[in-house]
Write a protein that binds this ligand. Structure first.
Ligand SMILES: Cc1cc2nc3c(=O)[nH]c(=O)nc-3n(C[C@H](O)[C@H](O)[C@H](O)COP(=O)(O)O)c2cc1C
Length: 168
C-alpha cells in the first residue's frame, strides 16, 4: 500500500503528529505541503492541517482542492476544544474542500497556541474583562498547552493504522 503523509504546520504541532505517523506506518512517505506529491501515485493520502480562522490553513486548503478520486485520512490540530460545537463546524468547513474523494476518517486534537496569542488577549481582557472572544482565546491557550500529547498522537496513529489495515 502506497501511503503519503502530507502536512502543513507553522509552529510544529501538526508536523509532530505527521512524523509519528511516518514512523508507525511502514513504507509511508512524508511531505510538507509545499512539496506535496502528485496524488495519483498513492493508494492513501493522509492530510494534516492546522486550524486557521475556523478552517484548514490556506496551504492545505489549496492542496485539498486539487485532489480528486483519492482515498483520504484527515487530521487537524486546533486551539479550541475538538469535542465542542465549534470543532464540528470546523470539520464541516474543512471537508467541503474535498470533492470526489473517499474520506475514511477525520480526527482533530488540540494543538498548543502561540504565547503571543495569550499576551494579545490578556491585554484585551485588561481593558475589557467581559470580552467574550478574549475569554475564549485565553481559555483555549491554557487548555491546549502541552498538546498534542502522547495520547492525542496515539489516537491518531491507531486510527490511521486501522484504516491502512482495512484498505489492505
Ligand atoms: C494565525 C493563527 C490562527 C489560528 N486560528 C485558530 C482558529 O480559528 N481556531 C482554533 O481553534 N485555533 C486557531 N489557531 C491555533 C492553531 O490552529 C493551533 O495552535 C495549531 O495546533 C497550530 O498548528 P501548527 O503548530 O502545526 O502550526 C490559530 C493559530 C494561528 C497562529
Amino acid at each position: 500500500m502506497n501511503t503519503a503523509i502530507v502536512y502543513s504546520s507553522i509552529t510544529g504541532n501538526t508536523k509532530r503528529i505527521a512524523e509519528s505517523l511516518k514512523l508507525s506506518l511502514s513504507g509511508s512517505v512524508i511531505f510538507h505541503v509545499d512539496d506535496a506529491p502528485v496524488p495519483e501515485n498513492f493508494d492513501l493520502i493522509i492530510l494534516g492541517y492546522w486550524v486557521d480562522r475556523g478552517t484548514s490553513d490556506k496551504k492545505m486548503t489549496e492542496y485539498m482542492k486539487r485532489l480528486n478520486q483519492c482515498t483520504i485520512f484527515l487530521f487537524g490540530t486546533m486551539g479550541a476544544d475538538p469535542e465542542g460545537e465549534y470543532a464540528k463546524g470546523v470539520k464541516t468547513a474543512v471537508e467541503r474542500n474535498l470533492s470526489g474523494c473517499r474520506l475514511m476518517s477525520h480526527i482533530q486534537c488540540r494543538g498548543e497556541m502561540q504565547r503571543s496569542t495569550l499576551d494579545r488577549f490578556v491585554k484585551v481582557l485588561e481593558k475589557n474583562p467581559e470580552d467574550e472572544l478574549a475569554v475564549r482565546k485565553v481559555n483555549s491557550y491554557h487548555a491546549s498547552y502541552g498538546h498534542p500529547d502522547d495520547e492525542d498522537i496515539k489516537t491518531i496513529v491507531d486510527s490511521a493504522k486501522k484504516i491502512v489495515y482495512e484498505l489492505n
